[in-house]
Design a protein around this ligand. Structure first.
Ligand code: GYE
Length: 306
């Protein structure tokens, strides 16, 4: 029969919790800042933190969650690296009576659902982020023909799927623009650089790059500069995250915009977990509100960036 919301495992109020955080990888400043946020929160929220790093492998992340279940964690915070492969791990945590909160990435909603299989998704609206990146571009692009290369995030991840949808749908409504290539750079700087290098040879007329995260945008800037191009002058760069390097690139005039996607989930995780333990209803999606960084405010925010 259909499982009901009250089938979700309860969380008793305690002074100290064994909290699992199964990180996806640590090869970029965003993930490192997120891990640090959980570590910092552990001290103030009464957590004994069990931390793993899947090293960029969904299979390893599944195994990490299984080992946390075996260690008897009270609650699980999980950023599922990809939308489908982590579902069995979510289901096993539920079966073991462990309330699970997805953080920053989600799973396929046709298979696993918030309020039924896990408590809630804590994170940004990625479709909106892509739409806002496109909105900035359509408002600020000076030329009459925009030839776009899109660098996608990790294939099968919710931010890659949704940042693509939000951007592509918005751009489809403006006849000045065409997306001539769209390929994954796995959310990584060096992969973004390599993919950009290849795509640049096939599409030398590119004058816009939309990267699904700042690390790939920085990689693209490196590839463009190596090819003698002038990012910020002859190529407009739009991106998502708000890292320190991206804000510096905006200040330096090389990047146009980055839509914020905050990695600082620790305090929100602490707060949401306490409410759940107190029996409060948690909405299926605890939405994180994002700002937008441009040359108007990058200098003002770089001090708090990571
Ligand atoms: O944008 C990217 C990271 O899932 C929202 O993952 C997160 C994304 C973030 O690798 O930089």
């Amino acid at each position: 029969g259909m499982a009901l919301a009250q089938d979700l495992p309860p969380l008793e109020a305690k002074d100290s919790y064994k909290v699992g955080f199964a990180q996806t990888e640590s090869n970029n400043p965003w993930r490192i800042a997120q891990t640090k946020s959980f570590q910092d929160t552990a001290a103030t929220c009464g957590w004994e933190l069990v931390l793993t790093d899947a090293g960029g492998s969904a299979a390893k992340q599944v195994a990490d969650v299984d080992s946390m279940i075996a260690q008897g964690i009270d609650v699980l915070f999980l950023p599922p690296r990809e939308e489908s492969p982590l579902i069995p791990a979510v289901m096993r945590a539920k079966g073991a009576g462990i309330p699970t909160f997805l953080v920053d990435r989600s799973v396929d909603p046709n298979v696993a659902q918030a309020g039924r299989d896990y408590v809630s998704f804590l994170g940004s609206d990625f479709i909106d982020q892509g739409g806002r990146a496109a909105g900035w571009l359509t408002e600020n692009f000076k030329g009459d023909k925009g030839v776009i290369i899109e660098l996608e995030g990790t294939t099968g991840s919710s931010p890659a799927n949704d940042r693509k949808k939000g951007f592509d749908d918005a751009i489809a409504g403006d006849s000045r623009f065409s997306i001539v290539a769209s390929r994954s750079g796995d959310f990584a700087r060096d992969e973004g650089r390599k993919v950009m290098e290849t795509l640049l040879q096939a599409h030398p007329d590119v004058n816009v790059v939309y990267a699904h995260n700042d690390e790939m945008a920085i990689g693209a800037i490196q590839a463009l500069e190596a090819a003698g191009r002038k990012p910020g002058e002859d190529v407009t760069i739009v991106s998502v995250d708000g890292t320190r390097d991206a804000l510096q690139a905006i200040i330096d005039g090389k990047m146009g915009v980055t839509v914020e996607s905050s990695p600082f989930f620790g305090p929100l995780a602490c707060d949401t977990m306490k409410k759940y333990a107190a029996g409060e209803t948690i909405t299926p999606w605890v939405k994180v509100e994002d700002r937008i960084f441009t040359k108007e405010n990058a200098a003002e925010h770089i001090g708090e960036a990571y």
